[in-house]
Design a protein around this ligand. Structure first.
Ligand code: HEM
Length: 80
């Protein structure tokens, strides 16, 4: 099954994630931003290392299944 941005990836981000990150130019909710390999890799690196979302934000680090889903989306060629 192909992992798609709109169906599978977008719901992983909370409105807080999208809003706060937009302030620093990281457009988590925007397919054209996220489908650029360098941007996707940076997001992957942040969530897989549990640096984002930050521990002080009230959100939990992503569990392994979410991190894996994001990885599959990248490996599958950034399907919309
Ligand atoms: C390119 C990737 C990312 C970079 C460079 C980045 C960087 C930052 C920076 C500099 C801040 C403000 C300082 C801080 O609170 O630590 C921040 C805040 C935040 N980030 Fe990220 N971030 C990235 C991806 C993400 C992702 C993927 C998520 C969620 C899954 C996320 C969730 C948040 C949240 C919720 C805050 C607000 C924390 C608060 O105000 O309490 N970020 N991020």
């Amino acid at each position: 099954m192909t992992v798609s941005f709109e169906t599978d990836i977008l719901p992983l981000f909370t409105s807080m994630d999208k809003e706060h990150m937009s302030h620093v130019g990281v457009e988590l909710g925007d397919y054209s931003y996220m489908s650029q390999p360098d941007n996707a890799s940076e997001v992957y690196s942040q969530v897989s290392s549990a640096k984002m979302p930050p521990s002080g934000s009230g959100e939990q680090p992503w569990p392994e299944d979410k991190v894996q889903l994001f990885r599959e989306w990248m490996d599958g060629g950034y399907e919309r």
